[in-house]
Ligand binder design. Sequence first.
Ligand code: SF4
Ligand code: SF4
Length: 434
Amino acid sequence: MQPDTVTAPPPAFHIMLKPRGAICNLNCRYCYFLAKERMYPESRFRMPDELLEAYTRQYIEAQPVPEVTFAWQGGEPTLMGLDFFKRAVELQQKYKKPGMRVLNALQTNGTTIDGEWAQFFHDNDFLIGISIDGPAHLHDFYRRDKGGNPTHARVMRGLEFLKQHKAEFNILCTVHAANAPYPLDVYRFFRDELGAQFIQFIPIVERANDTGYQEGAAVTDRSVTGEQYGQFLIAIFDEWVRRDVGRVFVQIFDVALGAWSSGRSGLCVFEETCGTALAMEHNGDLFACDHFVEPRYKLGNMTETPIVEMVASERQRRFGQDKRDTLPRFCRECEVRFVCNGGCPKNRTLTTPDGEPGLNYLCAGYKAFFTHIDRPMRIMTDELRHRRAPANVMFVLAQEEAALERQFAQAKRNDPCPCGSGLKFKKCHGSRRR
Ligand code: SF4
Ligand code: SF4
């Protein structure tokens, strides 16, 4: 299929490449990608060498930026074997433009990583995303292998190899029905047990259907609810903003600071429009987004149409602009729209209170979270404007809280509560005295 009219290409775009398609050695119960195997019934699910070479050349040629990131995903990309990635790096060196920096980011379940992989990742500056959902009892709830066995111990083993070989890693934690009630157990495990510096919390909103596509409004009971997701983020933020700013980086907190301080979050989910984060299957089929690997969203195949043409097509531009143009009025008038922008279209399954479709399933959580962090975000933004470290927020809040504690100590039972709630002290913070 040819993409329709070509418009000006975007300044930079990003493709998640799936060299092994949806093939994985695990069977995580909430995985949205395993079902994609059914789209290619005859396939061996291995990207051939000539396609890898053509991809590398086209991807580099199409990027008008000095730094290009190759993103490897699956399924489980390490099932391609180490030689495939050695060849990928070789091809990147062959085709990179003078002065261009080529980076690699690979998302893995961590269970296949040994010393050899870890050494390779270190030597070639790969950034490794490890999927882990918290301590063993929370991780193993849904992250099982094909035999139904727990996987946490194997992930920890892979992580140890990465640490031993000083390979860079970050944590990708999905938030679902099983771990959402335990935000601090999850966060402290990453911070204190794993020594993680970079963490992403991705909400599981899993459609309840047999197609594996974004169809129907019902979600499975493994999905996190909007309220749960909001409370999960709030609990972690409250701990982070008091002790970890500047030493632990949580993606959604950084993204929020970007929106407060510069008006740009930098993450497609919270940008006004999207469409520059695409996904490519093992055979060269290109799709509008990793969450829309479905026949309806296929832009074409790179062996028939150059990647840059598909990315720049009117169809893909419309996909990205629809994120803004289909936003219901409820969102357009929302106080936190500047940071939320209605979230990812894949999760817009609800109707607004006035009956308009297109409200995000996670709306209640986004609203609660973004409202809750407003004051610390303003403090950090102010620090940035004065060319000071946002981490100063920790001192500002500590001072304010110490002052408030002194007021609590002096307050009488029937005084208005110093916290400003409007309640009598005895009904509010004074109740702690009893
Ligand atoms: S559909 Fe969602 S995940 Fe995909 S590019 Fe748009 S905002 Fe990002
Ligand atoms: S918080 Fe809810 S209403 Fe506000 S922009 Fe986000 S999804 Fe829309």
